[in-house]
Design a protein around this ligand. Structure first.
Ligand code: PMP
Ligand code: GLU
Length: 396
């Protein structure tokens, strides 16, 4: 028995990754599980990006890179921010990291002192709360529900702010709800924040391109907020590059410098080949990846149509990302076969064991009435999964 640190003992395991591991395990045992748990595009990385990586290997890109990223990559990120978001950053404001997950961890570690509060509108992405706690911050959850389209109102934000509030973190398009804040909705939140000038915002925009309702809006686009926003982005989702591990931030220079210092002691620069490939990815017009976005859009319709046909699931139509987040509280207190369904975790386990479909409990995201289904899966898998869920419930 080893004496591990309180830090790790107090941390929960990532439930998205745990469910993915369980799915792999069950599949290895020969069980025919359909995995709708992990938020990972099922496409291959586009060929033009793969070719850039092969070229980089042949060109002998093998040394340590600058800690905050190759200058050419920073310039590609600067151009991307300008082109897609109308945001102006210079090189001192950009830090490239090993995935947006590390970008978020850097920001938490450089901004938070013990006891600092971080407002997390629920549902939030699974790792936010644990990253904040790792940095000794205190997550402050603001509940939203299917009835409010999973959006935090300005009144809720105002009510959550205390003298200890240091940051607000959110993702739009949202993982896990698929909610997208419009520019007007962000402005209304900004109107609250301008009254509290010490609060820093983390705007996680990793699903920016997977947006079915219209234009993507960034909090940093508001002049009176620009100096207080860390814009987080990455290539995992839109470019189908989850395993390449590249994320980045645009931030006030002082915060970027601090992230650079943190990363310099922990990981150094991100992988050199992946960085070269991402230059090519970001320089390409968005039209090059549109085929994947179009497929997500048609799969969204498919899964919504099929789920709507199953009694007990209450759905808001997701506006972006590739998740549906139905409220399944209808089943709480019921017994399905031998399964007593007390909460979303029980329901998710019932689906895994009886329908052989892997989902993630809403508990992981701070919304205990819901479960998350990822539709970054093939049409055949989605159809089969919905059929299995329907059958398992009707036989229960
Ligand atoms: N933010 C959100 C909202 C996500 O869904 C993910 C998915 N993993 C990440 C950040 C981290 O992305 P990555 O580390 O793969 O860049
Ligand atoms: N972001 C994805 C998800 O939410 C990948 C898993 C993870 O990084 O936790 O499923």
């Amino acid at each position: 028995m080893y004496q591990l640190s309180d830090r790790i003992n107090n941390m929960s395991t990532s439930q998205t990754l745990a469910m993915a591991a369980k799915t792999r395990e069950l599949k290895a045992e020969g069980k025919d599980i359909i995995g709708l748990s992990l938020g990972e595009p099922d496409f291959n990385t586009p060929d033009f990006i793969k070719e850039a990586a092969i070229q980089a290997i042949n060109d002998n890109y093998n040394s340590y890179t600058p800690v905050d990223g190759y200058v050419e990559l920073k310039d590609a990120i600067i151009n991307k921010f300008k082109r897609d978001n109308g945001l102006t950053y210079d090189r001192s404001q950009i830090v490239v990291s090993t995935g947006a997950k590390q970008s978020l961890a850097n920001v938490a570690m450089v901004m938070l002192n013990p006891g600092d509060e971080v407002i997390l509108p629920c549902p939030y992405w699974v790792s936010y709360a644990e990253i904040v706690k790792l940095a000794e911050g205190v997550p402050v959850e603001v509940p939203t529900s299917v009835e409010s389209d999973f959006k935090m109102t300005p009144q809720q934000l105002e009510a959550a702010i205390t003298p200890k509030t240091k940051m607000l973190w959110y993702s739009s398009p949202s993982n896990p709800s698929g909610m997208v804040y419009s520019k007007d909705e962000l402005r209304a939140l900004a109107d609250v924040l301008v009254k509290h000038p010490n609060i820093i915002v983390v705007s996680d925009e990793i699903y920016e391109h997977i947006n079915f309702v219209g234009e993507h809006a960034s909090m940093a686009q508001f002049e009176d907020m620009y100096d207080r926003v860390v814009t987080v982005n990455g290539v995992s989702k839109a470019f189908a590059m989850t395993g390449w591990r590249i994320g980045y931030i645009g931030a006030p220079a002082e915060i970027a410098r601090a992230c650079n210092k943190m990363q310099g002691q922990i990981t150094s620069g991100a992988n050199c080949i992946a960085q070269r490939a991402v230059i090519t990815a970001l320089e390409a017009p968005v039209s090059k990846i549109q085929y994947m976005i179009d497929r997500f859009k048609s799969r969204r319709k498919l899964i919504i149509d099929l789920l709507s046909d199953i009694p007990g699931f209450t759905i808001t139509e997701p506006e972006g990302a590739f998740y549906v987040f139905p409220d399944v509280s209808y089943f709480f207190g019921k017994t399905l076969n031998d399964y007593e369904i007390k909460d979303a975790t029980d329901f998710s386990m019932f689906l895994l064991e009886r329908a052989l479909v892997a989902t993630v409990t809403g508990d992981a995201f701070g919304s205990p009435n819901c479960i998350r289904l990822s539709y970054a899966a093939s049409e055949t898998e989605i159809e089969e999964a919905m059929k299995r869920i329907k059958n398992a419930l009707s036989e229960a």
